[in-house]
Design a protein around this ligand. Structure first.
Ligand code: SF4
Ligand code: SF4
Length: 677
């Protein structure tokens, strides 16, 4: 602060007080607008930190400081990293000056901004100012020139761009004028400010001192004004997102909230009357979920990856969250949630709730860590509780109730074919290493049954002992839970867990990622404790151990792999299926552009396999187009639902070229086995 009066720092600190008071008041109002009190937010925050500080620390480091989610969009990540990183550097740099100038030096005669550290500090801060200009310009170019369809943003975003440019440009100007009016031998280290000062010298002449003081005053006034109103601007996400990220730290991808624990209620002779599993209005939600719904920053990343949106269904996860957030803010303070739900009040349509595929793509992209799929399932729970389901959905639920399978086919037919193949049941082979969980699809759908038959052949060839439950096997209830019938699902889970316990099942093999995730993530909430193995992992092990022969080279042609959402994005299994696919394809393996955690749903998830919603294009048809774009002759998958959906898309394909062959990994491996007599 050379050349400025010595009393100025004191005046600045006094002037900062009203700015901070207004900030505090507006921040409190920002938190309270979702019906969350500041006390709730901070005691909730301290509770989650105390419960698992390591986990919260990792999430905050990853999602706030390392910008893990933001990095998923290349251009968006670059510009946001530039803005975030440079803004943080400038904030820390400016604070260091204040700390030295106003505290450590006058109080302890201690300075640290000198020598090489100071010279490096000058270089870093000049670079940060330039990076802030570059990042903001890039953001404006994207918004105003490229205009990506999904890019939202509140109105204050335009003001924020202006402010960021103002801070960086006026900061550099101040530095230039300081060097001009109070030159120092090391001024060249402030390379940007120094360059500007050289350019300004002939223009300003004797007016440099006046310009320095004027820009200094303006810079400080604007900074103090902006500090006060941060909670009103899009900049509020700097405060709100870290809180929400910490509050949501414990949520696992794809895990649904368990609103009540039926086994405990039954054990304690409790009453289910009055227990709600979902919500009809967001103001019925707990404070932390209301806070979450109000954290959306309108970035549109969720909408850009949503397969339901791509298919022209009546669902945009962004608009859904924003509609719920707006409804929440309207009804906060009423004391009671509105009598009519969001569907009756026209906030959302029921088709929106049914259009979701529970693929988790939106939640994975969301930098605010909002749980869009879980929120949608809770809206469905409300609709199911009210009996507002269509004919197909009702048939699915009644089929499950009557016949223990979602296809509504007679339960006694479930395992005849297995008996004909001579596959033992767990009663007949109690010492078998694996319980092979066949699942409803392979039990009743001829195409999916081919996967189980291929797997049985492989298990026998490799000498692995296994048994099935036979007619004791019943649907695990994944589609029931995703459809919103929570109570029905929990009854089913209890019955199935009882069966597993009765047969002392320890290790389950399944070729269905939906069954795998239900057994692995949902059932343990009700006391299940078993090892669950997806067939892709077992196949990869058998290949690595040389226990299965190579399929004929080139038989599958150019082969690609479709990542099922439940196996990949929601369970993190990417490598074993690729090892199997590459074993079958050899050199002819090709990756899809939308692969791994960027995979695109087949259209079956969230119980959508069993009912229809209005759409302009089919989700499976869109996925098939992505597959044909890489010129694959065969697409391998590892899920009976994906298999069925892609087969349907291939059958209805009207493209010039014949559609690729759709095959499960097990079928590709079984093709290399000796032909059975
Ligand atoms: S879970 Fe999938 S289908 Fe549902 S809203 Fe998210 S991205 Fe869209
Ligand atoms: S819900 Fe998340 S991803 Fe979607 S617009 Fe809001 S902040 Fe962005």
């Amino acid at each position: 602060m050379p050349g400025l009066p010595g009393w100025l720092p004191m005046v600045l600190y006094v002037a900062l007080v009203p700015s901070v008071i207004v900030f505090g008041w507006l921040f409190k109002r920002r938190i309270e607008r979702s019906g969350t009190s500041v006390r709730q937010a901070f005691s909730g925050l301290s509770a989650v930190v105390r419960a698992d500080p390591g986990l919260v620390g990792r999430r905050v480091l990853g999602d706030v400081f390392a910008q893990r989610r933001v990095r998923r969009d290349r251009l968006g990540s670059w510009l946001h990293l530039l803005i975030f990183g440079s803004f943080a550097a400038l904030l820390v740099g400016t604070s260091l000056i204040a700390v030295e100038h106003d505290f450590t030096e006058p109080l302890f005669n201690y300075t640290f901004l000198h020598g090489w550290f100071y010279l490096g500090y000058e270089v870093v801060l000049d670079t940060a100012a330039l990076a802030l200009i570059a990042g903001t310009s890039l953001a404006m170019w994207r918004r105003y020139h490229l205009k990506p369809a999904h890019l939202g943003g509140r109105r204050s975003i335009h003001l924020v761009y202006g402010l960021l440019l103002y801070f960086s440009v006026s900061g550099l100007l101040l530095e230039a004028l300081r060097l001009l009016t109070h030159p120092v031998p090391w001024g060249g280290w402030s390379y940007a400010g120094h360059t500007i000062s050289v350019a300004l010298k002939p223009i300003l002449g004797t007016h440099a001192v006046g310009a320095y003081e004027t820009i200094w005053a303006l810079h400080v006034i604007v900074v103090f004004a902006v500090i006060a109103v941060v909670p009103l601007l899009m900049l509020d996400h700097i405060l709100i997102l870290p809180i929400n990220i910490a509050l949501q730290a414990g949520r696992q991808p794809g895990a649904l909230r368990t609103p009540f624990d039926l086994p405990s209620i039954i054990a304690s002779d409790g009453d289910l009357e009055g227990i709600k599993s979902g919500f009809g209005s967001p103001s019925e939600l707990s404070w932390d979920r209301r806070f979450m719904l109000d954290a959306c920053i309108d970035c549109g990343r969720c909408e850009a990856v949503c397969p339901a949106q791509a298919a022209g269904r009546d669902l945009s996860p962004r608009l859904l969250i924003q509609a719920l957030g707006a409804d929440l803010r309207t009804n906060v303070g009423e004391g009671q949630p509105p009598e009519q739900d969001v569907f009756v009040r026209g906030v959302l349509t029921e088709a929106t709730a049914w259009s979701c595929l529970s693929c988790g793509a939106c939640a994975q992209e969301c930098p605010a860590i909002i749980d869009q799929p879980g929120t949608i399932v809770e809206l469905r729970r409300h609709l199911v509780e009210e009996g507002r389901v269509d004919e197909r959905q009702a048939a699915l639920l009644s089929g499950l109730e009557r016949n223990n399978n979602p296809l509504g086919l007679p339960s006694y037919q479930r395992s005849d074919w297995l008996a004909e193949m001579g596959v033992p049941t767990v009663s007949e082979a109690p010492d078998a290493e694996y319980l092979y969980w066949i699942g409803c699809m392979a039990s009743y759908d001829q195409r999916a049954r081919g996967v189980a038959i291929a797997m049985i052949r492989i298990l026998r060839y490799a000498g692995i002992s296994f048994a099935v439950l036979g007619n004791e096997e019943r649907c695990l209830g994944e589609s029931q839970r995703k459809l919103g019938d929570e109570a029905g699902f929990q009854v089913r889970a209890m019955e199935n867990i009882e069966t597993f316990r009765a047969h002392n099942i320890r290790k389950v093999l399944t070729h269905c990622p939906h069954c795998m995730s239900t057994l692995e993530k949902d059932y343990p909430q009700f006391g299940s404790d078993m090892e669950i193995v997806h067939h892709s992992a077992l196949l990869a092990d058998l290949i690595a151990e040389g226990r299965v022969p190579n399929p004929a080279s080139g038989a599958a042609g150019k082969l690609t792999y479709h990542d099922p959402c439940n196996l990949g994005r929601l369970s993190g299994v990417y490598e074993p299926p690729r090892q199997v696919a590459k074993f079958a394809a050899g050199e002819d393996f090709v990756e899809l552009e939308q692969s791994r955690d960027k995979s695109f749903c087949c259209g079956a998830g969230g119980a959508n396999y069993f009912y229809k919603v209005p759409e302009e294009r089919t989700v499976s048809g869109l996925r098939l187009l992505q597959i044909t774009a890489v010129g694959a002759d065969t697409v391998a998958t590892a899920c009976p639902f994906c298999l069925g959906m892609l087969e349907d898309a291939a059958t209805s394909s009207t493209g010039d070229k014949p559609p690729p062959r759709i095959a499960d990994l097990a079928e590709l491996v079984a093709a290399g086995l000796p032909v059975e007599e």
